[in-house]
Ligand binder design. Structure first.
Ligand code: ADP
Ligand code: MG
Length: 312
């Protein structure tokens, strides 16, 4: 690390990966440029990423396979593991190539990461996150009877399974991530919010849930005692009165004010709210920490203090 280098945990949003296989191949090249800029500036990097479209694709594929061959379908936790592998593979290769192009020799690795949640998290009583294939009413009722799924009617397009989005409690592979960082590597970890597991004694058991990737990234940043949590998304800054005539972009956001805006409902559920909440969780953990929310393409400028919304 250079003298001014910081430890950065960077959460990549959907725009960093695209929605389809060909889109992902292209998107990761641009993502690699943004990340390599930060490596060049001397920072230590831990990457995490979303997986919504990818895990949806894998889940549907696994469901269709199961139906065709009368096999039990792969559980959601297995699909998350698959998505971490497949996204990590593309990301680490794109980054490796971009770094070599710049004459930087640094290993990049992906860690399959489990994240422990609490079985008694109230989120399990109120599942909110729709996943997987659309079903007919009859198929949906069968899943409810046979598997105990919760299903909802999704905007007139059919029925879908909804799963809980519990709070992340512990990053199970944190020692592995730490060891790779100590060895000077760039690490991709906690993709898709991590593979959700519950502990039964020393046995970890996958559970049908989706952990918010921004909240999992904040926990990882806290555990690794990072300097800055960076959430890269599709907007350059966070706004209050978003999409309204009095919309105001925020540059400098003290944590107490962020908390007030959260209470006042300025940030949309499932998109900006978990990002601001993740930033608050991380910054509240220890004095001197900052969180940055900005656009992927502006990451370098953001870290240099030239753009984005900084929560401190
Ligand atoms: P990601 O895939 O990066 O997690 P999301 O779509 O979940 O992206 O969240 C980012 C989006 O949140 C932005 O593109 C923007 O449309 C939306 N958004 C909602 N509320 C706000 C707000 N108050 N300020 C800025 N963006 C907001
Ligand atoms: Mg999101």
């Amino acid at each position: 690390m250079k003298r001014n280098g910081k430890r950065l945990v960077i959460a990549l949003g959907g725009n960093a990966l695209g929605k389809t296989l060909p889109e992902q191949m292209k998107a990761v090249k641009l993502t690699a440029i943004a990340i390599a800029d930060l490596v060049e500036d001397g920072h230590e990097i831990i990457l995490s990423h979303g997986n919504g479209p990818q895990v949806g694709m894998l889940q549907i594929a696994m469901q269709e396979y199961a139906a065709k061959y009368q096999e039990p379908p792969a559980p959601l936790s297995v699909c998350v593991a698959m998505s971490q592998g497949y996204i990590g593979y593309d990301l680490q290769n794109a980054l490796r190539e971009e770094l070599i192009d710049r004459g930087i020799h640094k290993a990049v690795s992906t860690v399959l990461t489990q994240v422990r949640v609490n079985q008694n998290d109230p989120a399990f009583q109120a599942p909110t996150k729709p996943i997987g294939a659309f079903m007919t009413h009859a198929d949906a009722q069968e899943k409810v009877r046979e598997k105990g799924w919760t299903v909802v009617e999704d905007a007139g397009r059919g029925y879908r399974r909804v799963v809980a989005s519990p709070q992340p409690i512990e990053i199970m592979e944190i020692e592995t991530v730490q060891a790779l960082l100590n060895a000077g590597q760039i690490v991709v970890a906690a993709g898709g919010g991590g593979i959700p597991v519950v502990a039964e004694g020393h046995h970890l058991s996958g559970i049908g849930a989706v952990i918010d990737k921004d909240l999992a990234s904040a926990l990882m940043a806290d555990t690794l005692d990072a300097d800055t949590l960076i959430i890269l998304t599709a907007v350059e800054k966070v706004a209050i009165h978003f999409g309204k005539p009095d919309q105001t972009w925020l540059t400098d956001l003290p944590v107490a004010l962020a908390e007030r805006y959260l209470c006042e409902g300025h940030f949309a559920e499932g998109s900006m709210k978990p990002k601001v909440q993740a930033a608050v969780n991380f910054v509240r953990g220890k004095a001197g920490r900052t969180a940055l929310i900005t656009q992927l393409e502006r990451a370098r400028d953001g870290v240099r203090g030239l753009t984005g919304t900084t929560i401190h």
